[in-house]
Design a protein around this ligand. Structure first.
Ligand code: ADP
Length: 231
């Protein structure tokens, strides 16, 4: 498939030539005005069982309740379709995040809040996705629970299997995880409740993506506190 041996933070050059991407007639700004917030990516990274999917699900629910347009991309789901040809080898992990990053970018271009829950163990792969996005619209969230806590939770029984070497390349056990150096948010989920973690993300989204505050999104409250001229 012609993948680079080492992951790079640069987008690959297309293999095909004579490409002429078409530009639509709806500017992002108009889509964002309709949605009532900026398009952006909330990228949840962390060990298996650190809480990414649990937090993503509650975050999506709350954003939807506030009238936003959120959508979750989750590791286990995309591996059933878009990435069903990929395994957990280093090479395929890079390709998995590259593909997901491109999809994430499309969602943000459509003005959505794309919540991506992927272990995404390699810093360079996460940076590649960051570099695809307009500045300020990639929010890296380090879902940080100690390995021992994740292993104790083990909701899918994966750590038990990995310890018995029944799963190859399991992050944290037989495959490395590179924690973010400067994430926009760090969530120690051994200390925070799920809702405290969600609140932390929401507070940043209020500033960065102009989502409505909780009080502004109460039923009956008129929308329109967003000053689009600020953008
Ligand atoms: P991941 O998507 O990172 O693999 P999951 O969300 O599937 O993790 O599983 C995390 C498990 O930890 C769930 O069973 C969840 O209920 C539990 N859990 C306990 N405390 C927290 C917390 N503060 N935040 C997120 N999940 C938590």
């Amino acid at each position: 498939m012609g993948l680079p041996k080492k992951s790079s933070t640069m987008r690959r050059k297309p293999t095909a030539s004579n490409l002429h991407p078409h530009t639509g007639k709806i500017p992002l700004r108009e889509r964002e005005q309709r949605h009532g917030h900026r398009g952006c990516v909330v990228w949840l990274t962390g060990l298996s069982a650190s809480g990414k999917s649990t937090i993503a699900t509650e975050l999506e629910r709350e954003l939807f309740r506030r009238g936003c347009q959120p959508f979750i991309l989750d590791g286990d789901s995309v591996r059933q379709g878009l990435c069903s040809d990929l395994d957990f080898s280093e090479r395929d992990r890079h390709e998995n995040i590259r593909r997901v990053g491109e999809v994430t970018r499309l969602f943000a271009d459509a003005g959505f809040i794309c919540i991506s829950a992927f272990i995404s163990p390699h810093r360079a792969d996460r940076d590649l996705v960051r570099n695809l996005m307009p500045p300020g619209t990639f929010i890296e969230v380090f879902v940080n629970a100690p390995l021992a806590v994740c292993e104790q939770r083990d909701p899918k029984g994966l750590y038990a299997k990995a310890r018995k070497l029944k799963i190859k390349n399991f992050t944290g056990i037989t495959s490395p995880y590179e924690p973010p150096l400067t994430p926009e948010i760090e969530l120690p989920t051994d200390k925070l409740t799920v809702m405290q973690a969600v609140e932390k993300i929401l507070r940043l989204l209020e500033k960065k993506c102009r989502i409505k505050t909780k009080s502004a999104s109460r039923p009956g409250k008129v929308a329109g506190a967003i000053r689009w001229s600020d953008w």
